[in-house]
Design a protein around this ligand. Structure first.
Ligand SMILES: NCc1[nH]cc(CCC(=O)O)c1CC(=O)O
Length: 331
């Protein structure tokens, strides 16, 4: 007789198209890795029902807490989160069972008339946008800070317009002519099969993505060690090391998930050494000031070394005045 239990694993998911797509992909991966049945259980979060600005309702952590409550209550067995929405503080009683291989972490723009960012700025100042400035939809302080900084450096004007809603709604603002462009995570568009809507992938020298962007997190109850071990086969050690460094930087800056902080780590595998390069950015939302720094460590692919690298870069960035740029904190 098979030792595989017949009861399906319950995967808790938000109802948004992106969450459903991500959960569906992981459900399939878990099925083929473990041979177990997986059923999706819909969970509604405050972040899904509220129309308020994300920063005002406590940042993207609101998407996560309802799923975590369900895990702790035992009404679901595991959950899939966008790693960038996951608070950096460890959750009591839960484990990050797997961080699968990440997608391209960069941001993209979806702009009118197939334009790039530079093309859009030039066209808008020539009068192609009836308003004389390119209206770019994003509610993310990180994206605003870097886009405004880029605009200042290029002598062009952009106006960031805070928006909310799912990917479809956001792209709709461009199709309707209400906005000239929106900024989105490439990974999200890719998982929705809508990558062809992107008109430019933003270079990481222009916009550094959010810590953990493009990666998913599979979480389950710590008490369920057997399930955690089964899910661990989906873990990608390189992705985990990279996002550990990025999240350690974010935590050490004492910045929340809605702070104007970008971070990206990549692993460079040489013949004898494995190097981890970590880049970070913190800026004023108006783009008037930006602290951009990077560091490289010769590290074994371990979480501890990656976390140490993140903390080191945070100390260097704070010494360059990073705290003063993040607002909120009186420093
Ligand atoms: N802010 C919400 C959110 N959380 C994760 C993604 C995209 C998927 C990912 O980064 O893995 C998005 C949408 C976006 O920023 O465009």
């Amino acid at each position: 007789m098979s030792t595989t239990p017949d009861t399906p694993l319950r995967l808790g998911t938000r109802r948004s198209p992106l969450a459903t797509a991500q959960s569906g992909m992981i459900a399939e991966a878990v099925r083929s890795a473990t041979g177990r049945r997986v059923e999706l259980v819909e969970i509604t979060t405050h972040g899904d029902t509220s129309r308020e600005n994300l920063a005002q309702i406590g940042g993207t952590g609101v998407f996560v807490s309802a799923l975590r409550d369900a895990l702790l209550a035992g009404t679901i067995d595991f959950a899939v989160h966008s790693l960038k929405d996951l608070p950096t503080a460890p959750a009591e009683g839960l484990v990050l069972a797997a961080v699968p291989e990440r997608e391209d972490p960069r941001d993209v723009i979806v702009a009118r008339d197939g334009l790039t960012l530079a093309g859009l700025a030039a066209d808008s100042s020539r009068g192609g946008s009836s308003r004389g400035t390119a209206r770019v939809g994003t509610g993310s302080p990180r994206r605003m800070a870097q886009l405004n900084h880029w605009a200042r450096a290029h002598g062009v004007e952009l106006t960031a317009v805070p928006i909310r809603g799912n990917v479809d709604t956001r792209i709709g603002f461009v199709r309707s002519g209400e906005l000239d462009a929106v900024v989105l995570a490439r990974a999200g568009l890719s998982r929705l099969g809508r990558l062809s809507d992107a008109t430019e992938t933003l270079d990481t020298d222009v916009v550094l993505p959010a810590p953990g962007q493009g990666a998913l997190a599979i979480e389950c109850a710590a008490a369920n060690a057997e399930l955690a071990a089964q899910l661990a086969v989906l873990d990608d050690p390189h992705t985990r090391v990279a996002v550990t460094a990025e999240r350690s930087l974010l935590a050490a800056l004492e910045a929340g998930c809605s702070a104007p902080v970008g971070a990206l780590a990549d692993i460079v595998e040489g013949d004898t050494v494995t190097e981890l390069r970590l880049r970070g950015v913190v800026g004023m939302v108006d783009g008037s000031s930006l602290v951009q720094m990077s560091t490289t460590g010769t590290v074994p692919p371990s979480g501890d070394a990656a976390a140490a690298l993140g903390r080191e870069l945070a100390v260097e960035m704070l010494a360059k005045g990073a705290a003063g740029l993040m607002g909120e904190r009186a420093l």
